[in-house]
Design a binder for this molecule. Structure first.
Ligand code: MV4
Length: 521
């Protein structure tokens, strides 16, 4: 086993990996940009090295600086987390060339799955269901119209080098093809440096379901069940759950076997995710494979009981998978909320800044994977994901109830967050009935825009309560400085707590019912 691992990432995922290292008795090495000197992952790691200026291109994407930090620290392996360099085959190769183990698949496997047209062609031959479409990049509008006429409209133009919806265009009829093709090609060229665009039949109102796979370096590959990821906006996932309410054991087995086939045919090892589109008749089609640990991996951990980061490290250390497929069981239900520094009042625009007060939820069935702390300033230079709040229960209802309870405990002061969005989703009848597809969140937000916001009324009620207390304080100042308008005087503890909450002056000696004993009321 490794003695020391460098984590080439930041935020909550870096903290997650540091925790796994500590549990395995491995020293952890953080790297940080100038902006992240005081970040949580730097504080939690055993050692930390600066790797450049705030801009990610000069720090978290700076391969030479990261490799230097690894050599200086004596790390034997590098965990890339997600984003940044995690799916960069050149980085994986550079690690190997520097004698460092990249905790992930081989560069060759990453490259095989990188081009979507190549992956589609190869996987279709291996018996994997793919959405009907063109096998190669399109030469021009005539070829595009020809293929579209054959498979039927609507069709989707997609970038071969793509992912994440960039360079994607929906085309309803031949008249739209020319301009859509040109737009998709130029967008793909700008985003990926490769203008190759191909075409697929468009799936209407699809669901996005993905299957977790794990392969070791000895030829064993298993699937760990699916995640429902349809609740997203602008190709950014917002809430994910495991298992998918739409998938039954038989469908899970078929989808899992397809995912394992995808991984095996690419010579894949370590953790990976096979994405599927599911149509309204519950047919599923291969979309792409993500060759990294995903943000939403905790929901799979909670329902399977396996620690994916431990397993990634063990696989990279050339251990054999410690279990076989028959030993994988799905138990209970888990839901993850991605907490972003975003302003719900301003179209969920990023809202970085100083966290002046932080109250974190805990308790039964709650997991909180966070990269923040009180008094830290969330920088504007990176993804605004602050933390992930994950609820677990014996079934979906209990997971929802625990999440709702935990959301009520959660408070982040000083910056705007999307916490209120999850209250809305969790109480939404369509969500409760698991009526979700990739258009769900846009529909919910459109409906909310035409409804009044209850928040101002709640704020007004709290303000009225505070004024009542403060007014009576002025009126009855002889009574220790604070009192309520009517009824029994409050216990000394409650009085002190009120002052503390108001950040008032010293309330004076504590007197009354609360004095001298622990008051659990
Ligand atoms: C599709 C599709 C419908 N039909 N492909 C968007 C991101 C990219 N990775 C794949 N995407 C889609 N591909 C066909 N043939 C609809 C989407 C899509 C989507 C997919 C997953 C999650 C959210 C989405 C939101 C809009 C569109």
């Amino acid at each position: 086993m490794f003695k020391k691992i460098l984590i080439a990432n930041r935020g909550e995922i870096a903290v997650r990996i540091i925790r796994a290292c500590r549990e395995l008795g491995i020293s952890s090495v953080a790297v940080y940009s100038d902006r992240d000197r005081a970040a949580l992952h730097v504080r939690k790691a055993d050692e930390a090295y600066p790797i450049g200026p705030a801009a990610a291109a000069e720090s978290y994407l700076n391969i030479p600086r990261i490799l230097d930090a690894a050599q200086l620290s004596g790390a034997e392996a590098i965990h890339p987390g997600y984003g940044f360099l995690s799916e960069n085959a050149k980085f994986a190769q550079a690690c190997a060339d520097a004698g460092l183990k990249f905790i992930g698949p081989s560069p060759a496997a990453m490259e095989r799955l990188g081009s979507k047209t190549r992956a589609r062609e190869h996987l279709q031959k291996a018996g994997v269901p793919v959405v009907p479409g063109s096998a190669h990049g399109l030469a021009g509008k005539d070829e595009a119209e020809e293929v579209a006429a054959r498979i039927g409209y609507p069709v989707m133009l997609k970038a071969a080098a793509g992912g994440g919806g960039k360079g994607m265009r929906l085309v309803h009829e031949p008249g739209q093809m020319k301009s859509a093709l040109e737009a998709a090609q130029s967008e793909a060229l700008r985003a990926f440096g490769d203008g190759e665009v191909y075409l697929e039949k468009a799936i209407v109102n699809p669901r996005h379901v993905e299957m977790q796979v794990l392969g070791d370096e000895h030829g064993h590959t298993v699937y760990l069940g699916e995640r429902e990821c349809s609740i997203q906006r602008r190709h950014q996932k917002v809430l994910e759950e495991a298992p998918s309410p739409l998938v039954d054991p038989e469908m899970r087995r078929r989808m899992g076997e397809v995912a394992v086939r995808v991984a095996r045919s690419a010579g894949y090892s370590n953790a990976g995710t096979v994405e599927f589109l599911v149509d309204q008749d519950r047919n599923f089609y291969f979309l792409e494979m993500n060759t990294r640990l995903q943000v939403e991996h905790p929901v799979t951990e909670l329902v399977t009981g396996f620690d994916l980061v431990h397993l990634q490290i063990q696989i990279a250390a050339e251990d054999e998978l410690p279990f076989v497929q028959d030993e994988v069981h799905i138990r209970g239900h888990a839901i993850e909320c991605r907490i972003y520094a975003e302003d719900p009042e301003n179209n969920y625009f990023p809202s970085p800044g100083k966290i002046t007060l932080l109250v974190e939820p805990a308790g039964p069935g709650i997991r909180h994977d966070s990269g923040i702390y009180e008094d830290w300033t969330v920088p504007s230079d990176y993804d605004p994901l602050l933390a992930k709040l994950i609820g677990y229960g014996v079934d979906r209802e209990q997971a929802v109830a625990r999440l709702e309870r935990a959301l009520g405990e959660y408070f982040v002061g000083g910056i705007k967050t999307n916490l209120s969005l999850f209250q809305r989703i969790l109480e939404d009848p369509d969500f409760r009935r698991a009526k979700v597809d990739t258009g769900y969140l846009d529909r919910l937000l459109a409906a909310a825009r035409s409804k009044p916001d209850p928040q101002p009324a709640r704020v007004a009620a709290i303000a009225a309560g505070l004024f009542a207390v403060l007014d009576s304080t002025a009126a009855v100042s002889a009574n220790g400085g604070l009192a309520v308008p009517a009824g029994d005087p409050p216990s000394g503890w409650k009085r002190a707590a009120r002052f503390e909450a108001l950040r008032g002056t010293d309330p004076g000696p504590i007197a009354g019912r609360g004095r001298g004993r622990s008051d659990n009321s």
